[in-house]
Design a protein around this ligand. Structure first.
Ligand code: B12
Length: 225
């Protein structure tokens, strides 16, 4: 089952990001049958692999709002049905499903100083597209857990690269960020992606292509306008 799922995901530029056997503290909802899911599979995107399939899908012409989220559902709802899984999405909510908590159960990701999760190989260039809840206990390869690369990063350039200091002790000041990015001095972040995220030395080779950077920035601004 997992090999077939991986192949189907690869066609959409997505990847299986690992999985875990849920426990009560994981806040995993029940299946539609009322039973407890025995496996949660996490699906995501790493590096720029998803951009081309998404751009070629026509979703940006088809959907005026949230085209990537809607395309994700178009791709993954039928796949989940074919695999007998219940799909959950990061944008379901509020209240939101705790995708980052689940991610930390499934693979070697850690909270970065920017609060988004860092992966030892992909750095900050990855995200989650869905969780598939499965009734059966699937045998999953053991995750290759590793320490956070931030522990040995003395300079922490991510924290000094935001032109308006939007990363505060309390997390991202998204209003301050959006005002800058949407303003006359924000073209560099708007067109080429968040300067703080791009300052991270980990996984630079996996950075999203410029069109994807600009797409995510515009989506972030659209939520605030
Ligand atoms: C709401 C939201 C936002 C809001 C945040 C509003 C706010 N102040 O809360 C806004 C719109 C600002 C936002 C922006 C972005 N977001 Co956002 N966002 C979400 C969303 C939909 C819900 C987050 C949430 O409330 N979860 C509920 C809590 C209960 O979940 P949780 O997993 O238990 O929470 C964990 C985290 O909070 C984490 N954590 C966070 N901060 C800290 C700090 C410390 C000290 C510790 C220990 C833990 C910790 O630990 C918790 C427990 O494990 C998630 C998707 C999701 N469903 O999780 C994406 C998500 C977190 N966002 C994501 C991204 C990529 C971004 C952006 C970079 C998007 C962009 N423009 O490209 C920006 C920048 C974010 C930044 N630098 O901080 C990704 C992160 C992927 C990753 N690598 O980790 C997610 C997972 C979506 C996805 N599809 O993958 N986001």
């Amino acid at each position: 089952m997992l090999a077939a799922l991986k192949d189907a995901l690869a066609a959409a530029g997505m990847a299986l990001r690992g999985g875990f056997a849920p426990e009560s503290g994981d806040l995993v909802p029940l299946l539609d049958t009322g039973a407890t899911a025995r496996t949660v599979l996490l699906i995501g995107n790493v590096g720029g692999a998803m951009w081309q399939p998404f751009a070629a899908s026509g979703a940006q012409d088809r959907y005026a709002a949230d085209p990537m989220d809607r395309w994700t559902r178009d791709v993954l709802d039928p796949l989940a049905a074919a695999f007998g899984a219940k799909p959950l999405y990061p944008s379901d909510g509020p209240p939101y499903h705790p995708f980052q908590r689940w991610a930390a159960r499934a693979e070697a990701v850690h909270v970065s100083p920017l609060r988004i999760f860092i992966h030892p190989a992909y750095g900050l260039w990855h995200a989650y597209r869905a969780a598939f809840l499965v009734a059966e206990a699937l045998r999953l390869p053991a995750p290759a857990f590793a320490d956070s690369p931030c522990l040995t990063c003395a300079d922490r350039p991510c924290l000094s690269s935001c032109p308006v200091g939007a990363f505060t002790e309390n997390g991202l000041d998204d209003l301050r960020c959006a005002r800058h990015v949407d303003g006359p001095g924000g073209a560099e972040c708007r067109d080429n992606g968040c300067l703080a995220r791009r300052a991270c030395p980990v996984g630079r080779g996996h950075a999203y292509p410029p069109q994807q950077m600009a797409f995510h920035m515009e989506a972030f601004l659209a939520r605030r306008r």
